[in-house]
Design a protein around this ligand. Structure first.
Ligand code: NDP
Ligand code: MG
Length: 380
């Protein structure tokens, strides 16, 4: 029996994680949950899973949440450091980090420092501070939840690290891949939030539409699997059936496939190195019909260029790119900027920033704060 804490349990990955755990009750005990605003859903989760700890940093709603339960049913952890505090509970074996954005970085570091297993969905932490996170992680201490990285992780088991030629990350292309380029600047949040193959939170859905999600995933792959930029390719694969591939030195290409369902990579991260039965939709290639592939269009989707730049140059660029993107996505969702301006603003902030080659955590957090301030100055 393993004790598990889920950061961001009310989100898309968080809810899928609880569904996985619900079916593996003899293997996992949920001892901690956390969310940010959706207190009623969190209350339902507490009622079902009976965690000992709940991290909830929302002063206005915390009383409502506690009012639902008899005193002492669980310990509530509040304050700005509540995620770091909850993951530090001694009983925890595995932490699933399914929060969105930079808020996940300090918690990811705390999990690793304490020798616990980190099932990582929160790619932003790696994008910001991959060199710090990987320096703290032991072998198999970080298990990828992101479907592409889970696919690469599974495919890598067919060879040795020195035998890897390159990885090929697949991308659905999002809702606008075939949309006329000249009309992209006028698409609104409602259109951008309709992802063709995955049901996800708002931020990653917009990132998928700009292809910034692939940008973040290039950087994520570089750190997780210790790859050079030249070893990372991206291919557009609209059906999202092949989740990614690894090409080995002898020309063999190993792909991991399946119906798009985040429960698969989540469960693999939790049960690794074992596999457990999971109910998924039938995998029927004759029904799917075609698997198609295209070269990504870097002119139409300039975010990808930034991913390669950030992966090549490293330093503070990842933190700057991530922070500027978080603010720009929110500004687009609030109707303040156009869809195509998301990447333009991110580029501008990267150009203006003072680059540090080997940043420590304080430098990273300062770069994050600077980028947020800088883009707000441009926006308002
Ligand atoms: P959601 O927006 O659905 O969920 C985010 C979760 O984080 C919610 O529980 C939310 O709480 C919580 N949260 C948000 N802000 C804060 C904060 N400031 N402090 C603490 N908790 C916070 O996102 P997703 O589940 O889609 O994505 C989560 C992460 O997983 C992202 O990094 C994403 O890139 C990654 N990912 C997601 C995939 C997917 O299929 N969804 C696939 C691969 C990776 P509340 O609900 O209460 O507001
Ligand atoms: Mg992904």
């Amino acid at each position: 029996m393993k004790n598990i804490i889920i950061l961001g349990s009310t989100g898309s990955i968080g809810r899928n994680t609880l569904e996985v755990v619900r079916n593996l009750k003899d293997k996992f005990r949920v001892i901690g949950l956390s969310s940010n605003s959706r207190w009623e859903l969190l209350a339902n989760q507490i009622g079902e899973f009976n965690p000992c700890y709940v991290a909830f940093n929302n002063n206005q709603l915390v009383e409502k949440l506690q009012g639902r339960f008899p005193p002492g049913k669980f310990k509530t952890i509040t304050g700005n450091n509540c995620l770091e505090e909850i993951v530090s509970k001694q009983e925890a074996d595995i932490v699933v980090s399914a929060v969105v954005g930079a808020v996940g970085l300090p918690a990811a570091i705390a999990v690793l420092e304490q020798g616990k297993t980190l099932a990582l969905a929160n790619k932003e932490a790696l994008v910001m501070a991959g060199h710090i996170i990987m320096s703290l992680a032991g072998k198999d201490q970080i298990l990828p939840v992101d479907s592409e990285h889970s696919a690469i992780f599974q495919s890598l088991q067919s060879g040795k690290p020195g035998e890897v030629k390159r990885v090929i990350i697949t991308a659905s292309g999002g809702p606008f891949y075939d949309y006329p380029e000249e009309k992209l600047s006028s698409v609104g949040p409602e259109q951008a939030l309709k992802h063709p193959t995955w049901q996800m939170g708002q931020k990653i859905t917009i990132d998928s539409a700009t292809l910034m999600n692939k940008t973040l995933e290039i950087i994520e792959a570089k750190w997780l699997f210790d790859l050079t930029v030249e070893q990372i390719d991206v291919v557009i694969h609209p059906q999202s059936i092949i989740h990614s591939m690894v090409e080995f030195c002898d020309g063999s290409v190993i792909a991991q496939m399946g119906i798009p369902d985040m429960k698969v990579p989540i469960q693999y991260a939790l049960t690794y190195p074992e596999r457990k039965a999971l109910k998924v939709k039938p995998f029927d290639l004759s029904f799917i019909g075609n698997l198609t592939f295209k070269k990504p269009d870097m002119e139409k989707f300039p975010a990808l260029k930034l991913g390669y730049q950030a992966a090549r140059e490293g330093g503070t660029i990842g933190a700057i790119l991530n922070a500027a993107n978080e603010v720009a996505v929110q500004a687009f969702l609030n109707g303040k900027i156009r869809f195509t301006e998301i990447v333009t603003y991110v580029e501008k902030v990267i150009q203006n920033h003072h680059f540090i080659k080997n940043p420590c955590l304080e430098d990273i957090l300062a770069a994050d704060a600077w980028a947020r301030e800088e883009i707000r100055k441009c926006l308002f």
